[in-house]
Design a protein. Sequence first.
Length: 130
Amino acid sequence: MSMKRYVGEFHHYGLPTKDMDATIEFYKKLGAEIVFEATVQEACKPCRVVHLRVSNLYVEAYERDEIAGKAGALDHIAVSTDDIEGAFAEAKALGLTFAKEEIGVSDYWPGTAKWFHLVGPSGELVEFAQ
């Protein structure tokens, strides 16, 4: 058994920030455009979320008072999948560790997104997103 058939391409990485305006300015200097911006209740109660894209780099930035203790630390990396339920079932069958043992739904994302997080051996999060 393997999750390989459920792993699509790189989707995005999650970047917690204490200064959204500085984050936006930095990525705009790299050529990024804001794909969308919202204030959400879902993960950070409430917080500003901005999705930026430059070329095939997609950043999900969100404001948080508490971020990882090391500057520049990422919260998660995400991969796309065409079958979120199949990927979830396979991860469960493989005995992988979930951050939450459920498929989440983000209704702030354009078109609604389904996702779940796996926890790696060093505490890293890998998100599967559809």
